[in-house]
Design a protein around this ligand. Structure first.
Ligand code: ZN
Length: 261
């Protein structure tokens, strides 16, 4: 349970796939529960051109603003990327970032060699349009760092679903990127992310759930909803020894600054 009095936290879930089932099957309920747990904004990254339209079609709820990110995910890097179409999506009022994009060295296809030029073109677009990026990375950290190094410091963004040790985290922070902290931080054995969260400045962290892809300690991915960023914030507060309200205010401020929301 939360600390008494820690209501009205104005939380932001910076990474949630509201267009995926089961969330999309009960959007009104999901967003009502968000509002009840002080989650006031949700950033929804698209995945490929087919999902751009689905994300664009999402509506705000009465007390929850739904924001959009558009990009071509590394798992979809074998699909054609029309940069003009992507730029047109990014021009709509709901769009706050290019994402989710990145590199995944743990899948067979598309290969990293196929993924890298697709990411590079999207980083260049984000850089030119001065939009932040939402990054997915597994098993290709040095390749990603090399690419980012060419576009920072102007390029801003977040490495989402951070799970790795603090020394690797610091290499991204040195480039001016932020870390997206999600449900993994609630797991007692997740030493990488827990050590990172305890050691880095709070100014580098934003909250996310990645629902319904990642669960929390005791919460299955399919049951995970954006309202659970409150649990994530609580876990960060516990690890740092900070009050929940402080973690909420700072991480919300970070997300607002990053995405211009
Ligand atoms: Zn995601």
């Amino acid at each position: 349970m939360d600390t008494a009095g820690a209501s009205d936290l104005h939380l932001i879930d910076t990474h949630c796939h509201l267009t995926f089932p089961p969330l999309c099957d009960d959007l009104d309920g999901v967003l009502a529960r968000c509002a009840a747990d002080d989650v006031e904004q949700v950033v929804v990254p698209a995945y490929d051109p087919a999902s751009w339209a689905a994300v664009a079609a999402l509506d705000d709820a009465s007390r929850v603003r739904v924001r959009a990110a558009y990009g071509l995910h590394p798992w979809a890097a074998d699909q054609p990327l029309d940069l003009d179409a992507l730029a047109a999506r990014l021009a709509d009022a709901r769009a706050v970032a290019v994402g989710e994009i990145g590199l995944d060295g743990k899948i067979e296809r598309p290969t990293l060699a196929e993924q890298i030029p697709v990411l590079e073109r999207q980083l260049a677009l984000a850089h030119d349009l001065d939009r932040p990026v939402i990054l997915h990375v597994r098993g290709a950290f040095s390749e990603l760092l090399d690419l980012l190094d060419r576009f920072t410091p102007r390029l801003r963004g977040v490495v989402h679903a951070w799970s790795r040790p603090v020394d690797l985290a610091r290499r991204f922070l040195d480039l001016g990127l932020m870390l997206g902290i999600g449900g993994a931080v609630t797991r007692p054995r997740a030493s990488g992310v827990r050590g990172t969260v305890a050691a880095v400045p709070l100014e580098c962290l934003v909250l996310e759930t990645d629902a319904p892809s990642i669960g929390l300690d005791g919460v299955d991915p399919a049951a995970c909803e954006p309202r659970h960023v409150r649990t994530v914030a609580g876990a960060i507060a516990g690890l740092r020894g900070d009050p929940l309200a402080h973690v909420a205010a700072r991480t919300t401020g970070n997300a607002a600054r990053l995405f211009g929301i």
